[in-house]
Design a protein around this ligand. Sequence first.
Ligand code: HEM
Length: 718
Amino acid sequence: MINRLSKSKLKLLILTLLLFLQPFFAVAQNDTDISFFPNKSIEFIDLLVTVVLITVASIVVLLLKLISNTNKTANDQTEHKKSKFKEYISNLNASEIEVIKRKRIKSNNGLSLAILGLLYLVPQIIFAQTGPAKREDIFSEPGIVITLVLIFIPLFFALIYLVSKVTTSFRNYNNFQKLKEAEAFAAFISDDENMPSDSELEEIKQKSAYEVVPNEISAGKASHDSKGLLKNITSETNYRFFATKRPPIKRPKIDPALTKLVLWFLGTAVFWLFVGSSVGEYVGIKFIVPDADTYSWLSIGRLRAVHTNLVFWAWATIGIMGLGYYIVPMVSNAPLNSIKNGWTALICVNFAMFVGAITIMAGINNGGGEYREIIWPIMAIWAVGLLLTVINFIKTIAKRTTTEIYISNWFIVASYIFILIVAFIAYIPMGQDGIGETIVQGYYMHQAVGMWFMFSMLGVLYYLLPQQLNKPIYSYSLGVLAFWSQILFYTVIGTHHFVFSALPWWLQTVAIVGSVGMLIPVVAGTTNYLMTLRGSWSKVSNSYSLPFFFVGIIYYFTGSFQGTAEAFRSTNLIWHFTDFTIAHSHITMYGIITFLLFGGIYAIVPRLTGKEPPQLGVGAHFWLALIGLQFYTIPLMIGGTLKGLMWAEGAPFIDSVVMMGPYWLWRAIGGTLMWLSHIVLVYNMYKMMQPTVDVDVKQKAFEIINQNLETNLAEPKI
Ligand code: HEM
């Protein structure tokens, strides 16, 4: 197969491999002082390097296959021109083709295995020269082991997906080449020179001149194509790399007043995502260029709070509210109780966030309480918006025409009740002196995440996942188990943020036990969603929303499990105060909540407006966000761990800051990709919401007929 690669391609390939391996060789020559990885823990690096190398090796092998196949086709065509073409047609039978194919695969496999083996051995050889490695006990801790495994689960799924995508493309490409090949055969056969005899030539000429007339099958009589079989024929002329998405289906009309309200909620949510993540992007850049500006309004301390408050209380909150305004009336099978209250709520939350962001930048804030930096009078307006909404929802559910209250409504209504209580407790000054403030902080920030964002989005998923798959949820009982167990465990885990603090030891232990208990709702929920998806995987690739939901579900499992692993005393000792927490925040708030919100937007907005987003736009949004998130979180997890270990070894703080430089650079690169994906989302929203200009003649005609019928019926008969 190597012979089939052109020299330049081979050189490029070797160069790429050498470049990739260069840092490891550099490590091999270093003493233990300065190295590519500042940390000396070989076990962790070994594991990481091995996974990365296997990933790269798999991709290289697939690429080699693709290149060799392209070259093979070119060589074959040359051979055809050297007069073996005729023999090839007449002599090869199906089983011989199979034998050749098998042989080719075998030789490819040989090389693949050799490359894989070589790449696998490289880190072993390199690290063998670094002298006695200092083994850290931390890596034998169960919490660390669990977390490392969890870090690689999304990578593993991404790899499987990538390999299946490349393999499918490879197969499609093969078929496409075969079609081309068939055309070449036809041209060859039409050539007089190659015709074996006059009679055969005549036969072929007759065949090629043959044309089907429209009434061929009806034997000359007038034809009727009532099923549109002939009219709807399409011919594929280009090779398709991306699967075509399902064409939009006409949806039943939803109350235009509700449609407008939901679109405003979702539209403003996306606006805040753009603003909030632009601020996050700037903060991320400032970690690399701290002196980018000298304005107090743009200092990291203020902008960081603007970012967190906007993505929490504007983007995610307003997005969740928008989805709720669609889902609650839908599953209650009743109209929304009050559209007017919905508008008031929308104005309240948007106004509060606008003023809140400006006040934080101006330096007017609520002190050190994280995620509650916005002063109470402004947050009170925000809370009024949520209160009006939950009252609206409860009244709508009370008017439902279904006997049961569907599980989505349980989750959604409960999440509003929780966040209102939690926010109230966070803002009242009583009991917030000294250590009391710390307890409230843990209670507030973790319940905001778990009992508001997570709880409501799980409810949203219980409606949208079955809706998008057009099948019922796998188990109602698992949903109920997840509901009650999340309430039981999530409400006690807040203080796991303050392990080893001055808080009572038993309170810390309760939080750790609660964190382990969280595995029950997480496993129940994940199982329920995955089992609902089971048997419908093909729908994921041709849907706009399901890939986002799928990523959200996988991160729900890994992100939550990671939280459990972080809560143990042994792991907390290393990770607390490091960038590992920032990675965890984005894995959960972005990987779970934001991805589920993206899926919700793509599921609902086209239903409301009747307009699908551009396929390329959704693809770009998905991949930029997903790849960006990997670049954001993985370096921070590595850097955060190294930082924790450095501190444990007693290294000066400033050394850990210097060490983090490259990891923060990667975070900024990942953040930029995520940010770009948000610009694409804004464009997609515009495409889905732009005012209709085309009139659907058929639809309009039927509307007129219906209108006339209704008027005739209403007129009194004389
Ligand atoms: C372009 C996208 C984003 C970028 C570039 C970005 C960047 C950042 C940066 C630089 C920080 C400060 C980290 C530090 O103090 O070391 C941060 C914190 C945070 N961000 Fe983002 N972010 C983005 C999107 C989001 C979204 C969409 C959410 C949630 C829905 C989110 C949630 C958070 C949270 C919760 C924190 C605080 C983390 C902690 O203290 O544990 N971010 N982000």
